[in-house]
Design a protein around this ligand. Structure first.
Ligand SMILES: NC(=O)c1ccc[n+]([C@@H]2O[C@H](COP(=O)([O-])OP(=O)(O)OC[C@H]3O[C@@H](n4cnc5c(N)ncnc54)[C@H](OP(=O)(O)O)[C@@H]3O)[C@@H](O)[C@H]2O)c1
Length: 265
């Protein structure tokens, strides 16, 4: 199968890398700047060009430019009826269809940063008229960078952005907070980093392997009169969980605002 990318930045490189690793795809990346084209050709061994060639209905086109560049980038694209996957935040199927001369053979996706190491999770949505075979193809391509979750309602893409799309940023924030606390307790930078990373990694792996509800796992380390309970009581008083909920809501609202700007023509 031929998979063409429009845009050869971070996200395109992550997906293309996953496809090359899996094998069975002919990958072609069209990117504006020569520097990235040369790097992608060298590192991934894929075909590159400045503009896309004309496509046909057996091809897949992955739209991977920034949302604000999408309209201009799509202007000269001849999809030839190809299946289109978009990774662009905030651009609806209606908007993308308008940019691409009316095609509706479009699957929207919202991947996240850990896709760069094959550990991402991608929200997926296809319009009602999309066939099962196209959904399967889109799913297989996005599983090259991790797990997939299909949505029944396009509006849920904003919520996916608020949880997993932007969620790596929240995790980095929490990592930094625990690392800062470790430094404040007198550990050197390397020790603070190791203690922090291993604690997050171990807790996530344990939660995944046990399958237990997160609240139960939390209870299991909160013996009465013990130490962990003291910290968690401070978090409760400071409404940390509520703040995270509010942060997610602000992110979702911003995603809706950005999307509305592209709809308004
Ligand atoms: N990064 C993430 O974690 C993430 C997560 C979810 C979704 N996304 C979505 O993924 C998309 C790409 O994001 P990114 O982080 O990969 O951005 P990026 O690294 O800036 O990549 C965008 C690429 O598009 C190229 N480009 C722009 N206009 C073009 C045109 N007319 N023709 C060909 N290439 C063109 C740019 O080329 P030059 O730089 O060479 O000019 C650049 O390499 C965005 O829509 C974003 O919403 C990203």
């Amino acid at each position: 199968m031929n998979v063409f990318f429009l845009g050869g930045g971070n996200m395109a490189a992550a997906i293309a890398h996953g496809l090359v690793r899996q094998g069975g795809y002919r990958v072609h990346i069209a990117n504006r700047g020569a520097e990235k084209r040369e790097r992608l050709a060298k590192e991934l061994g894929v075909a590159v060009s400045e503009a896309l060639p004309e496509l046909s209905e057996n091809d897949v086109l992955v739209l991977a430019v920034k949302p604000q560049d999408m309209e201009a980038a799509c202007r000269n694209v001849k999809t030839g009826g190809a299946l289109v996957l978009s990774v662009a935040a905030g651009l609806s199927i209606d908007t993308l269809s308008r940019y691409l001369g009316g095609t509706r053979r479009i699957v929207r996706t919202m991947p996240n940063l850990p896709g760069q190491i094959g550990l991402g999770i991608t929200g997926m949505y296809a319009a009602g008229e999309t066939g099962e075979a196209d959904k399967q193809t889109a799913d297989t391509i996005m599983r090259a960078v991790g797990q997939t979750v299909w949505l029944n309602d396009e509006a849920q893409m904003h919520a996916v952005t608020g949880i997993s799309g932007s969620g790596s940023g929240y995790v980095f924030y929490l990592l930094d907070a625990l690392q800062q606390a470790a430094l404040a307790q007198g550990f050197d930078a390397e020790q603070a980093r190791s203690l922090t990373l291993a604690t997050f990694k171990g807790a996530v792996m344990l939660a995944e392997q046990s399958g237990a509800p997160f609240a139960d796992l939390q209870q299991s380390v909160m013996s009465k009169g013990g130490t962990t309970v003291e910290a968690l009581e401070v978090f409760r008083q400071c409404a940390v969980a509520e703040s995270i909920g509010q942060g997610v809501a602000a992110c979702v609202a911003r995603s809706q605002d950005i999307s509305a700007q592209f709809e308004a023509v």
